[in-house]
Design a protein around this ligand. Sequence first.
Ligand code: ADP
Ligand code: MG
Length: 363
Amino acid sequence: MNTADTAHNEGPSAFAQAAELELRRVSKRYPGQREPAIADLSFTVPAGEVCVLVGPSGSGKTTTMRLINRMIPISGGDILLGGSSVLERDPKELRREIGYVIQQIGLFPHQTVTENIAAVPRLLGWRKDRIAARVAELLELIDLDPGEMQGRYPAQLSGGQRQRVGVARALAADPPLMLMDEPFGAIDPINRARLQDEFLRLQNKVKKTVVFVTHDIDEAIKMGDRIAILREGGVLAQYDTPREILAHPADSFVAQFVGADRGLKRLSLTTLAEMKLIEPNGMHGEPPFDGARRVPRETSVRDALSLMLSENGDPLAVVDANGHVEGLFTLGLVEQLLSDDAEERPAPSVPSELEPARGRREV
Ligand code: ADP
Ligand code: MG
């Protein structure tokens, strides 16, 4: 039997596969439900980007994921993966091309780590040596020691390790699209932050098209190239980059959802390297920076602000990788950054008449 090389003939090291995902006027009404779970939802995720779907509980995030991989039938509209409608695909085949990561569930308890990761390649009929090579490569990618980990069962792993194996399993057949539904939802905050960082590093290497669901706006801001904010009834409130959403929320629902501290959140997206710093006053030596605390240029403006606040508001000396001082960073520059944002376009703060009145907000 040789089905090994159907859609996956690029060899185990090619992480090139990623496809554009487009939702076109998608709607979903569950049988017996009076209101649709998804109404007229359209957005496009460019190949290789992370789109975070965020919204209050019941806003249709999981429903959207299930529509994309055809676990449930669509009521209207179309979904295109790599330019072709998923509605014309055999659902089983389609699902083998879409990595799916969900919290808790996921790993097969009676299979080892290796067997879990190999699940889809096995279904695709890959040869044994190819599967073994792929499993070893993936374990390395997610930073688990193959010798130690491959024979273990899920119950013998920590929550974080299980979640990483879940990601490896979803990546196994090099799918052009990954769906991740609250993948880190059940993990404690410290390990959650580590898994987020690790996923971002991994994504930097594999560059998949990813739809990532969360109800946590901070996670959305951290993980997303773009964020789709859903409101109740599965209506798209805004689809934009994290920066745009924080600087210019489309309406009061979005403004409320991103939180009153959106200015601070915005500061976490900007690093000192992107700021125009105060020049060393024409002088080319160290004197003006004497005593100023030194921080690397990669520091976020938010972290720089908290450092300054904990040191009486004194300026910081921003240094490059060689320890060379590039300039001074002051509270005034933070203020300027925030007021620049505000001037561009004032954010709506009063409820707009265009908003549906029935919106129940559980934020
Ligand atoms: P989220 O993942 O954003 O919390 P869901 O997609 O799970 O939201 O649910 C969206 C809406 O659809 C909710 O009102 C939910 O009650 C409803 N719903 C979800 N699954 C079903 C189902 N199988 N049958 C009927 N209604 C459902
Ligand atoms: Mg859900």
